[in-house]
Design a protein around this ligand. Structure first.
Ligand code: G3P
Ligand code: MG
Length: 234
C-alpha cells in the first residue's frame, strides 16, 4: 500500500504528470504511475452532487468549454475535452485508476468539498495513510477535521505564511504545504522542529529540488515526476 510520507523526500506528481499529459486527467495520473511517482496531487470541486477533478472553477483554461463548472450539467461537463481527448474525471474515477499504487493528495479547491470527499473515501474504504487532504481555504480542513478527523490534513499556504505553525496546530495538520517562493532553510527547519512535514509547490527546477531536499523538506510537487525522481534520488 502506498503511504504518504513513506520516503524521506517525496516527489509528488502535481495534477498528475502534467508536463506530459493534460493536467488532472486520467492520462496524466496514469503517466505518473508509469514513471513511478509515489504520490499524486489533484484538485477537486463539488458540483451537481459529483466531485470533479479540475483546477479552476471555470472551464476555459483547461478544457474546450467555457464558463463556470457549476453552470453545466454533468452530461455537458463530460462532453468537454480536458486535453488530448480526455474528459474531466471524477474523483472516484481517479481513485479507481490509482488503486493502491500511489499516495494521493486531494486538494479541496472548491467550497463544500470536504464532506463529499470524506464520504467518498469512507465509502471506498481507502486506507487513511494513503491520503492527504489539503486546502488553501482552511475552513474546508476544519470541516474535514470535524467530520472525519482520521484523514491526514495538509495546511496550504500561498504568499502569506505568518502564523503557519499556529494555524497548522489548530487544524491538527500533518503537513504545512508551502509555495516555493516563501521557503527558506530556516523556515523549513522551524516548521519541522514544530512537528510538521513540509511540502513545497511547484518545483520543476532540479537544482532547487535538490536544495530543498538537502534543507530537509519532506517533498515537492512537480509537473514531470519521472525526470524529477531521477534528479533527486541520486
Ligand atoms: O497543493 C499544491 C499546489 O497544487 C497548490 O497550488 O494552484 O497548483 O493547486 P495549485
Ligand atoms: Mg493543486
Amino acid at each position: 500500500m502506498a503511504a504518504f510520507f513513506s520516503s524521506p523526500f517525496l516527489v509528488i506528481a502535481h495534477r498528475g504528470a502534467s508536463a506530459e499529459a493534460a493536467e488532472n486527467t486520467l492520462p496524466a495520473f496514469a503517466r505518473a504511475l508509469a514513471v513511478g511517482a509515489p504520490a499524486v496531487e489533484l484538485d477537486v470541486y463539488y458540483a451537481h452532487e459529483q466531485l470533479w477533478v479540475i483546477h479552476d472553477d471555470e472551464l476555459d483554461r483547461t478544457t474546450n468549454g467555457t464558463g463556470r463548472l457549476e453552470d453545466h450539467s454533468p452530461e455537458a461537463l463530460r462532453r468537454f475535452d480536458a486535453g488530448g481527448g480526455a474528459v474531466i474525471p471524477t474523483l472516484a474515477e481517479v481513485l479507481e485508476l490509482i488503486g493502491d499504487r500511489a499516495a494521493v493528495n486531494i486538494e479541496l479547491k472548491g467550497p463544500g468539498t470536504a464532506a463529499p470527499v470524506c464520504a467518498l473515501l469512507a465509502q471506498r474504504a481507502v486506507p487513511t495513510e494513503q491520503i492527504l487532504l489539503s486546502a488553501f481555504d482552511h475552513r474546508e480542513l476544519v470541516t474535514a477535521k470535524a467530520l472525519a478527523p482520521q484523514w491526514p490534513r495538509g495546511a496550504l499556504f500561498g504568499r502569506q505564511v505568518a502564523g503557519a505553525v499556529e494555524a497548522a496546530r489548530a487544524l491538527k495538520a500533518t503537513s504545512i504545504n508551502l509555495a516555493d517562493r516563501t521557503v527558506t532553510a530556516e523556515r523549513l527547519e522551524r516548521y519541522q522542529a514544530a512537528g510538521f512535514k513540509t511540502l513545497v509547490y511547484t518545483v520543476n527546477d532540479r537544482e532547487r529540488a535538490r536544495e530543498l531536499r538537502d534543507w530537509g523538506a519532506s517533498g515537492i510537487f512537480c509537473d514531470d515526476p519521472g525526470a524529477m525522481i531521477a534528479a533527486v534520488h541520486c
